[in-house]
Design a protein around this ligand. Sequence first.
Ligand code: 6GU
Length: 225
Amino acid sequence: MRIDILTVVPELLVSPLNESILKRAQKAGLVDIVIHNIRDWTTDKHRHVDDYPFGGEAGMVMKPEPVFRLISHLQSERHYDEVIFTTPDGIQYDQREANRLSTLENIIILCGHYKGLDYRIREHMVTREISIGDYVLTGGELAAAVIADSVVRLLPGAIGDEESALTDSFQDGLLAPPVYTRPAEFNGWKVPDVLLSGHDARIEEWKEEQAMERTRRLRPDLLEK
Ligand code: 6GU
């Protein structure tokens, strides 16, 4: 898989994408993540990436030309399955969308910034607009990092234990059950007896009950879906 991320603040993306699982996945050749500075695709002397809005609202708007040049350049080199724009007014991101994106070959993630992006780019070049939740970030970079992280960890081989991505919270529409490690008793706090019983069927049953109980208590909305 290849993920091209287009931003006016590349510095914000370097470290989150180059540690831990994402670092290993790139080294292992499971994914190429390429960060592009939109400013490199300006042609004016001052390398402007934004301008004042027509109609005179507050805040600056990302200019269409540099973004158009960069996306056109990338699309001339390979086919992209999606051109994603990160924006608070996009559709809300979830595990189902992460799963879907993880099956694609090449995607572009264009990070929103300033007060917005010239709407012609959204209409003519962007194929999907994504928000990561109902709150406002200074820019779409952290959202792009969230999307890249959640997608890359799903690629076969990215996570050591093949099972673990499948048993995540949300993957079956339920929250994950509690987990424990040694010691079996700490500070007088005990690990549930059933987990020490060695009885696989009972342990499985307990996990399912716990997942259901926690979901009903903490996220009843998931059960309605
Ligand atoms: Cl994708 N961008 C910004 N700027 N704010 C957000 C967001 C995206 N998702 C939630 N808040």
